[in-house]
Design a protein around this ligand. Structure first.
Ligand code: NAI
Length: 334
């Protein structure tokens, strides 16, 4: 069985090859492509039985139709989110689509905490200052997190993992989720979204991107937030209206922003653009604020998580190849 692996980075090859070797006799033929999957690159999948894709590969109806036309029968997502897949079109075309629903929720949760800690105590600025012999503390003032209220929008696997760590720090936890979890109730309180926004010193997003959640943090939601609060997004960029966030930062209402994901990240993230002129003016405006911290979608990026992603991805393909039931097929069942 031949698989075109799109958006393949060096680390994807390493962990997929390792997982494939562990399969011994039932290994697959992995054809690595650096390019992201799109209408322009879909031809690279010709002759393959399956494609393996990541968060910024495009799987809209025209791309899925082209894949099916080229003989591809399976789509393997090496991620949890599937907002980039037209699931209805895939079902209509009879494509097998499977994802990796949970590789390491703790990896993403720990990154969300790293962002909160860094932005709050300015360790990224302190690092540079100290290396230049500047030991002044001015501008590095933070708040004690113990006793602060953190609002988690989405209390699924990652939201819960984040809640457990924050509980250890001594934060008060507020949650908003249409499907409440019993475990979260032992850590904090569920409240309505408006109450969460009004009470939280830090708001952290952990819900999926859907048509209902797109731009859930818009000008209205930002205005409802406590003045000076921190907004953290490690989920999906389009949960946040970036223009509205810039306006809230400019008005000084939003205290600070930490993001691992960005609405238009597909043209920027996962590659070295340091020699290029970046023509995304919205992103560049964000980078001018001293109280904004951006990482390039690295929440998932631990060795444990990549090993798990590779193993589950190939196991999903094995289920497709052998016709055995697969619990990771889309759409998911709760
Ligand atoms: P999950 O499915 O376990 O939890 C998502 C939770 O969000 C569910 O409990 C769901 O009921 C809730 N939810 C849905 N709509 C909501 C709404 N309107 N308001 C509040 N809550 C809502 O998913 P998991 O594993 O916790 O992942 C969450 C998201 O994290 C993924 O959808 C993905 O976009 C993102 N992610 C980011 C990564 C990174 O590297 N930065 C890596 C992996 C996932």
């Amino acid at each position: 069985m031949k698989v075109a692996v799109f958006s393949a980075q060096r680390y994807d090859r390493f962990f997929l090859d390792e997982a494939n070797r562990l399969r011994a006799a039932q290994g697959f033929e992995l054809d690595y492509q650096e390019a992201a999957l799109s209408a322009q690159t879909v031809a690279l999948a010709r002759g393959c039985d399956a494609v393996c894709v990541f968060v910024n590969d495009r799987l809209d109806a025209p791309v899925l139709e082209a894949l099916a036309g080229a003989g591809v029968r399976a789509v393997l997502l090496r991620c949890a989110g599937f907002n980039n897949v037209d699931v209805a079109a895939a079902a209509r075309l009879g494509l097998f689509v499977a994802r990796v629903p949970a590789y390491s929720p703790e990896a993403v949760a720990e990154h969300a905490i790293a962002l909160i800690m860094t932005l709050n105590r300015h360790t990224h600025r302190a690092y540079n200052r100290v290396r230049e012999g500047n030991f002044a503390l001015d501008g590095l003032l933070g708040m004690t997190l113990h006793g602060k209220s953190v609002g988690l929008i989405g209390t699924g696997k990652i939201g819960l993992a984040t809640a457990r760590i924050l509980k250890g720090i001594g934060c008060r936890l507020l949650g908003a989720d249409p499907f409440p979890s019993e475990e979260f109730k032992t850590l904090g309180d569920y409240v309505g979204l408006d109450e969460l926004l009004a009470r939280a010193d830090i708001v952290s997003l952990h819900c999926p991107l859907t048509e209902d959640t797109r731009h859930m943090i818009d000008a209205r939601a930002l205005a409802a937030m406590k003045s000076g609060a921190m907004l953290v997004n490690t989920s999906r960029g389009a949960l946040v209206d970036t223009q509205a966030v810039i306006a809230a930062l400019k008005s000084r209402h939003l205290g600070s922003l930490a993001i691992d994901v960005y609405e238009q990240e597909s043209s920027l993230f996962f590659r070295d653009r340091s020699d290029d002129i970046i023509d995304d003016d919205v992103f560049q405006r964000l980078m001018t604020f001293p109280n904004v911290l951006v990482t390039g979608h690295q929440g998932f990026f631990t060795a444990e998580a990549l090993r798990e992603i590779a193993a589950v991805t190939l196991d999903n393909l094995d289920a497709f190849a052998t016709g055995r039931p697969c619990e990771n097929i889309l759409p998911p069942t709760r």
